[in-house]
Design a protein around this ligand. Structure first.
Ligand code: KIV
Ligand code: ZN
Length: 523
């Protein structure tokens, strides 16, 4: 059986909840979360490893960059379906079909709006015309693949009678998955669950398709609405790592998956996700996008399994289940997080990476990572799993050549004096130095770099996160720069946050310099 057949058969099994990840498409629509093709492939590989059923890789008609990114994901992934989004237009569908040409299991996801406000004000179309266009689109998409998904956009505010009509028609045209999006995050759990149930009951050919949901988090209800839908027969949930997505985001994959697993007593279905890969996926996405995870975020926040109150600690020590409904290890946090130190050898380093589910591919990459680990271990005695994730996520392993490298940095900051920074940069093989003053040490450092780089960029975001606890913890800095409509992120991590800031700034400049396509597909 080919991979494609295997995936398609699985999709029709009622006990199986299909996890459709849209981090690379809807997630990327978060302002500032655009990703390069290489970054998308890295995330897609982690999603495949986590056993996500369907990876929505992008919206190929949005830009050449997104087309290439979908194509690269389709080429790289063998064990998950790869999906491309397309409006219900022939040219969009053609682009999606071409981008998916080499996918093991291609899926085309086509959509058109069905709410009165969208049909009248945005599409300026009559309801019957919308049905006709949807049917045409599904038929057109079937030239490329049998696995066609249809979404009535803004279904949450659409007339249920109209939804029944259009969904029945697209099933007849061959749509296999009917995705019901709450595009604007307006639905409430009971009402959304009832909508899914009634669509399944009222549409005569409903048994020929899988019902899916795609919920936005504007009222903080995306996961609750998705779960309500599953309890009412939906068998696919569209979600994103860390809940990334347009505006307030989408339903968080990790929350949906762990809810279904932890409360298996109430769900008549299960996912096939390898939950131990969840924390790695979360860290990878946070690192690439620069969207840090809040400490108290369910499942993947640093405090999600930390017990502070004495009563709780006492209870957990006596019997873990007194206060824990899930095991930290089951989602990829390890029980003993202090793992390595400066005396740890290459073997221990390698073994720990593999225990964390991190594969570096080539021997060269392992050597480069080990060299960075040793440098870090000289500055910081205890290396935690979080440090290892950051070390590995460092973009220098993504193969981006560095036009700008930090050779040295000297910063003077004293109460009552203006901070001053002097940098020495290696720019395309030649050393250059400059000094500048600023309102703080980081500001002075960025100004000194700019004296040499003249990048003419706008700084959109500067954020610092402590990777672990303690004053010797590494600071992880994200810098987001914009220039001529392109947005790039840079990351740096170091025990000295001014050095981490300089590294992050240079990382962003390198991304710009490389002219990597950062498509930002907005529908
Ligand atoms: O939110 C939405 O409606 C979407 C569709 C394209 C499924 O993202
Ligand atoms: Zn969406």
């Amino acid at each position: 059986m080919t991979d494609a057949n295997h995936l398609n058969t699985r999709h029709l099994n009622a006990g199986h909840l299909i996890i459709f990840d849209t981090t690379l498409r809807d997630g990327e629509q978060s302002p500032g979360a655009s990703m390069t093709r290489e970054e998308k492939v890295r995330i897609a590989r982690q999603l495949e490893k986590m056993r996500v059923d369907v990876i929505e890789a992008g919206f190929p008609a949005a830009s050449d960059g997104d087309f290439e990114a979908v194509r690269a994901v389709a080429n790289a992934i063998r064990h998950s379906s790869v999906c491309a989004l397309a409006r219900a237009l022939e040219r969009d569908i053609n682009r999606a079909g071409e981008a998916l040409q080499n996918a093991a299991a291609p899926r085309i996801h086509t959509f058109i709006a069905t709410s009165p406000i969208h049909m009248e004000k945005k599409l300026r179309m009559q309801p019957d015309q919308v049905i006709e266009q949807a049917v045409k689109a599904v038929n057109w998409a079937r030239q490329y693949t049998d696995d066609v998904e249809f979404s009535p956009e803004d279904a949450g505010r659409s007339d249920p009678d109209f939804l029944c009509r259009i969904l029945e028609a697209v099933i007849d045209a061959g749509a296999r998955t009917l995705n019901i999006p709450d595009t604007v995050g307006y639905a409430l759990p009971d009402q959304f669950g009832a909508l899914i149930r009634s669509l399944r009951e009222r549409i005569p050919n409903a048994d020929k398709a899988v019902f899916s949901v795609h919920c936005h988090n504007d009222l903080g209800l995306a996961v609750a609405n998705s779960i309500a839908a599953v309890l009412n027969g939906a068998r696919q949930v569209e979600c994103t790592i860390n809940g990334l997505g347009e505006r307030a985001g989408n339903a968080a994959l990790e929350e949906v998956v762990m809810a279904v697993r932890t409360r298996a007593d109430v769900f008549g279905c299960s996912t096939r996700i390898d939950t131990t890969q969840i924390v790695s996926a979360s860290r990878l996405v946070a690192g690439i996008t620069g969207f840090a995870v809040q400490p108290n975020k369910a499942i993947v926040g640093i405090n999600a399994f930390a017990h502070e109150s004495g009563i709780h600690q006492d209870g957990v020590l006596k019997h873990r289940e007194t206060y824990e409904i899930m095991r930290a290890e089951d989602v990829g946090w390890t029980a003993n997080r202090m793992v390595l130190g400066k005396h740890s050898g290459r073997n221990a380093f390698r073994t720990r990476l593999s225990e964390l589910g991190i594969e570096l591919g080539s021997e060269e990459a392992v050597n480069a990572a080990f060299a960075r680990f040793k440098t870090l271990a000289d500055k910081k005695h205890e290396i935690f799993d979080e440090d290892l994730h950051t070390l590995i996520n460092d973009e220098s392993f993504g193969g981006v050549p560095e036009a700008y490298k930090l050779t040295s940095l000297k910063v003077c900051s004293e109460t009552g004096e203006i901070p001053r920074a002097c940098v020495v940069l290696n720019i395309q093989g030649k050393e250059h130095s400059a000094c500048a003053e600023g309102s703080g040490p980081v500001d002075a450092t960025f100004k000194a770099i700019e004296t040499l780089a003249h990048s003419d960029t706008e700084l959109l975001l500067y954020s610092v996160n402590s990777i672990t606890t303690g004053t010797d913890a590494q600071g992880e800095v994200t810098v987001r720069l914009a220039k001529a409509g392109r947005i790039v992120n840079g990351q740096g991590a170091d025990t000295d946050i001014v050095v981490a800031s300089a590294e992050a700034y240079l990382d962003a400049l390198n991304a710009l310099f490389q002219s990597l396509e950062r498509a930002h597909p907005q529908i």
